[in-house]
Design a binder for this molecule. Structure first.
Ligand SMILES: Cc1ncc(COP(=O)(O)O)c(C=O)c1O
Length: 431
């Protein structure tokens, strides 16, 4: 692939540097992953040339018969993964999937509830610097102060008080599973719509390893590039009514048809123009991989790795927010280590360990400094690392965090990181 960049030396240099960075770093950002060469090839394919505004069979442009096949396949595979009634694979990103859903279900000024940003929610769940906090009245629900876990009574009290039109479940930095049936009960009691943004845990939900929001939520969004291990992008899904164990009367028959049409038209022409057909084909490739038997082993290993890493950090006297992890990530509270999230992120970066600073619940530091870091296992699990490597990684992280200014320690950890990475080759086809 790189040979085609040889006529542009500046770009070639950048591309080579990034491959090398990915190969030689412990990638522990919970929202990142490494796509397969097949996904990469589809994302770099000639489908990037095609304008295909509209939907399969109903495009605004000629010459769409081939890209229609790619989009149909992506939709079919995604519906199969989640046993969904409806899927839209066009959102360019998770944020755009959320924007399309909020703009479908709410009018400007309407009230909705989402997990507070500083308790693990996402910008699009009501942050004042995002459209979701600017167009709507967003109320954040906090975690329980003692358990640092979801508290359904707190949610219900806020619903009672604010009478929102919609409740959003799902998060960017929450390490426990969600009981969507409890949210459904609350939504039904107060006649509220229910949505899940499963961007983070979607890959594990796909394989039945975490609770599935589709039977309970009126609509579900996801990104495709995190645990689903696909190209950067978003999707919107609606589950099958007959699966719904609560017998709720939300999306049935014609109403489902109507809702799917309004979601489609909110994505395009509502907020987007031409779909990224190369990315949609790459989504189809990734969904094919998720459907394979081997993906289950991968998803199981992500969880096992996160548990071992979290347990080992606890043994090393780290506080894990909410006491542990059920999924692919953990939030490490650094208050007892006398270092901010920002300083820890910087020191770890020097040792080729990539994490992100993250607010912890009831954080007293600003979002630019923070008291914690978020650590996730999807990317290193893709490289083939298992429990044994997670123990080593916890030790390496600890060495840096207790010696953030000791250049010798950092240099030694960096050598160990590069050595460990070399045992788990990545993109060797590209170098
Ligand atoms: C829960 C959640 N939703 C949505 C998004 C947005 O995805 P994107 O960055 O593709 O817009 C993220 C991204 O991290 C996320 O964590």
């Amino acid at each position: 692939m790189l040979k085609y960049l040889e006529n542009d030396k500046e770009i070639l240099e950048i591309a080579k540097k990034e491959i090398l960075r990915q190969q030689n770093n412990l990638e522990l950002i919970a929202s990142e992953n490494f796509v397969s060469m097949s996904v990469l090839s589809a994302a770099g394919s000639v489908l990037t040339n095609k304008y295909a505004e509209g939907y399969s069979g109903k495009r605004y442009y000629g010459g769409c018969e081939v890209v229609d096949m790619a989009e149909d396949l992506a939709i079919d595979r995604l519906k199969k993964i989640f046993n969904a009634e409806y899927a839209n694979v066009q959102p360019h990103s998770g944020s755009q999937a959320n924007m399309a859903v909020l703009m479908t279900l709410l009018k400007p000024g309407d009230t909705f509830l989402g997990l507070s940003l500083d308790h693990g929610g996402h910008l699009t769940h009501g942050s004042p610097v995002n459209f979701s906090g600017q167009l709507y009245k967003a109320i954040g629900y906090p975690l329980n102060k003692d358990t640092q876990q979801l508290d359904y009574d707190i949610v219900e009290n806020l619903v009672k008080e604010h009478k929102p039109k919609l409740i959003i479940t799902g998060a960017s930095a929450y390490s426990r599973d969600w009981d969507y049936s409890k949210f459904r009960e609350i939504a039904d009691r107060y006649n509220t719509l229910l949505m899940c943004d499963m961007a983070h845990p979607a890959g594990m939900i796909a394989k039945g390893l975490l609770n599935n929001p589709l039977p309970y939520c009126d609509v579900v969004t996801s990104t495709t590039h995190k645990t689903l291990r696909g190209p950067r992008g978003g999707v919107i899904l609606i589950g099958k009514d007959k699966e719904n164990p609560m017998g709720i009367k939300t999306l049935k028959g014609d109403r489902l048809k109507m809702m799917s049409e309004v979601f489609d038209s909110q994505v395009m022409p509502g907020i987007q123009g031409g779909p990224l057909m190369h990315i949609i084909m790459a989504k189809a490739v990734a969904f094919g991989e998720v459907l394979s038997e081997s993906f289950k082993g991968y998803a199981q290993q992500i969880k096992k790795n996160a548990k071992v890493l979290s347990d080992k950090l606890i043994k090393l006297d780290y506080k894990i927010v909410s006491g542990g992890t059920d999924n692919h990530l953990m939030l490490v509270d650094l208050t007892n280590k006398n270092i901010s999230g920002k300083a820890a992120e910087k020191a770890l970066e020097k040792a080729n360990i990539t994490v992100n600073k993250n607010m912890i619940p009831f954080d007293t530091k600003s979002p630019f400094v923070t008291s914690g870091i978020r650590i996730g296992t999807p990317a290193m699990t893709t490289r083939g690392m298992k429990e044994q490597e997670m123990e080593i990684i916890a030790d390496l992280i600890n060495q840096v965090i207790v010696n953030p200014e000791n250049e010798t320690v950092i240099e030694n950890v960096k050598k160990d990181v590069i050595n460990l990475c070399s045992k788990f080759p990545l993109y060797s086809e590209l170098t």
